[in-house]
Design a protein around this ligand. Structure first.
Ligand SMILES: NC(=O)c1ccc[n+]([C@@H]2O[C@H](COP(=O)([O-])OP(=O)(O)OC[C@H]3O[C@@H](n4cnc5c(N)ncnc54)[C@H](O)[C@@H]3O)[C@@H](O)[C@H]2O)c1
Length: 276
């Protein structure tokens, strides 16, 4: 038996985190596109890791339970990495809600029931949520605490209340951060920690779809005018994950970390500020 990492979404950000934290562990990686999970597993297995790929759709609780059950065959689940998701240019509103919002909530809940003492999890949110105006305290509490199976019935998540896929994505990522806060309380009862990371533009297939999508110029302008003046890399997100998932992060749980090259700062108080 080995300590186990369950990892959803075999993309670039997830792989950077899994490589940084998953040495010596059994890693079970699930992706809706099995070929992505297999490709990540091949690269990592040829580099000394022990990775098992699975087909798994984050929007299905049944699939989440299969991912967890597979992990438990190999040992105790000590780490969760959730880097599965679809972006505003990749999917319609309904899919963004079902995968990134419902799926993430269900995954945090189910892993929270079995995570080992001393276990840690990270889920990937987005700086995009920070641009949306504040929600009310009541709305935040609904996103944080509504039972997972009722989340998609919330009024604020009905199609007539969502402007477009970008608005859906922002709401979803805000929900991820709130969900991490409420779940971190439950994870804490098991001696485990849970945090989220909100990256800015990180060059991955998902971001490249955005560069080539209807908001391409907006995204290119965003990294050109942020204080860092460039997009980030998945390994820079893994730097944050390493802090959060290692013992150095022992006092950090229920928190969200912005890693965006200063794009949010510039959006509020610099050249990225929207013109009135
Ligand atoms: N790249 C960025 O600029 C950026 C910025 C902020 C947040 N994020 C977030 O980071 C996370 C990871 O994205 P990435 O940039 O590494 O992209 P990526 O395209 O490299 O990886 C995403 C992976 O998730 C998988 N996936 C999609 N839907 C799924 C589902 N229903 N079930 C299981 N797997 C599914 C995809 O097949 C893909 O392998 C996403 O949640 C994304 O919203 C990315």
């Amino acid at each position: 038996m080995k300590p186990v990492m369950v990892w959803a979404g075999a993309g670039q950000i997830g792989m950077a985190i899994a490589r940084r934290m998953g040495y010596g562990m059994k890693i079970i990686v699930g992706d809706r596109r099995i070929e992505n999970a297999q490709a990540a597993a091949k690269i990592m297995n040829e580099a000394g890791y022990d990775v098992l790929p699975m087909e798994m759709d984050l929007s299905s609780r049944e699939d989440i339970l299969r991912l967890i059950a597979e992990g438990q065959k190999h040992g105790e689940i000590k780490m969760l990495v959730n880097s599965a998701g679809v972006s505003p240019s990749q999917a319609p509103v309904e899919a963004i809600l079902k995968v990134d919002l419902y799926g993430t909530a269900a995954l945090l809940e189910e892993v929270g029931k079995v995570i080992a003492p001393g276990g840690v999890g990270v889920t990937i949110s987005s700086q995009s949520s920070k641009r949306m105006p504040q929600l009310t305290a009541e709305e935040d509490a609904l996103l944080a605490c509504t039972p997972t199976e009722e989340l998609l019935s919330l009024d604020m998540l009905q199609p007539q209340n969502i402007r477009d896929t970008l608005h859906a994505y922002q709401l979803v990522k805000r929900c991820n951060e709130k969900r991490v806060m409420s779940e971190a309380v439950k994870w804490g009862e098991r001696g485990a920690r849970l945090n989220s990371i909100s990256p800015g533009i990180i060059v991955t297939p998902l971001a490249i779809d955005e560069f080539n999508g209807p908001r391409g110029d907006f995204y290119k302008n965003m990294f050109a005018k942020c204080p860092a003046g460039r997009p980030g890399t998945a390994d820079e997100v893994a730097n944050v994950a390493e802090l959060l998932m290692s013992d150095r992060g022992a006092f950090i749980t229920g928190a969200d970390f912005l890693c965006d090259g200063g794009a949010t700062a510039s959006y509020y108080y610099g050249p990225l500020r929207p013109q009135a």
